[in-house]
Design a protein around this ligand. Sequence first.
Ligand code: FE2
Ligand code: FE2
Length: 259
Amino acid sequence: MRILFIGDIVGSGGREAVNHFVPELRKEYNCAFCVANGENMANGNGFARSTLDELKKSQVDVFTGGDHTWDQKDFEKEILDFPNVLRPANVSAQQPGRGYGIFEAADGTKIGVVNLLGRTFMRFACDCPFAAAERIVEEIHAVTPFIIVDFHAEATSDKISLGRFLDGKVTAVLGTHTHVPTADETVFPGGTAFQCDVGMVGSRDSVLGREIEPIIQHYLSGMPFRFPVTNKNVRLCGSVITVDAEGHATAIERVVRDL
Ligand SMILES: [Fe+2]
Ligand SMILES: [Fe+2]
């Protein structure tokens, strides 16, 4: 079977590209399941009911979160209406929603999806992602060997280390958060597909999906600026993972589509 994984969806342009390309990609690669990181879908910051409703036709099965999960007012209540939205698992148990779940692919395969937050150079303190991964993966393994981990983290060293740590225990460890796709996609010896960062669904003419000039001005002056999302020339970045009957990855391929 094949699984499609999409990087951070940024703003309305990102949502448009996901609605446009995901059904097409699922068909083209015969993907039975799709996970997308959604932490920037609502105007660049967080999730909202309206944006999740807009993406209902996208054929994304599960949306993962990150450090921006709670940026939109009321989403701490709204998340309870969306069982297919995950926030990071290695945060306070008092946070609403859940950090992992078991879902069903189009061919009936049960697939565990785990969302983890990195600790290096990140805005928020969180629990150890390695310890959380070990505990959660063991729990999901009792049900299914098909497990996709979205590791939402800044440092490539953290990401490679977690990928190696989980090699042979999960189907894939895929990075999100930096919005820049890395060219290191590989299948580790134990059968875990890995990529430091899958990239984003956002403008190619931007800084990480936002207008270029205010960000340069911010760096030059050190003053606070607003960083509006831009929808100019949106590109979708994702990866397709091929998986055997035991839940081990046999291949990973980057996919890119320009609106
Ligand atoms: Fe992001
Ligand atoms: Fe992030």
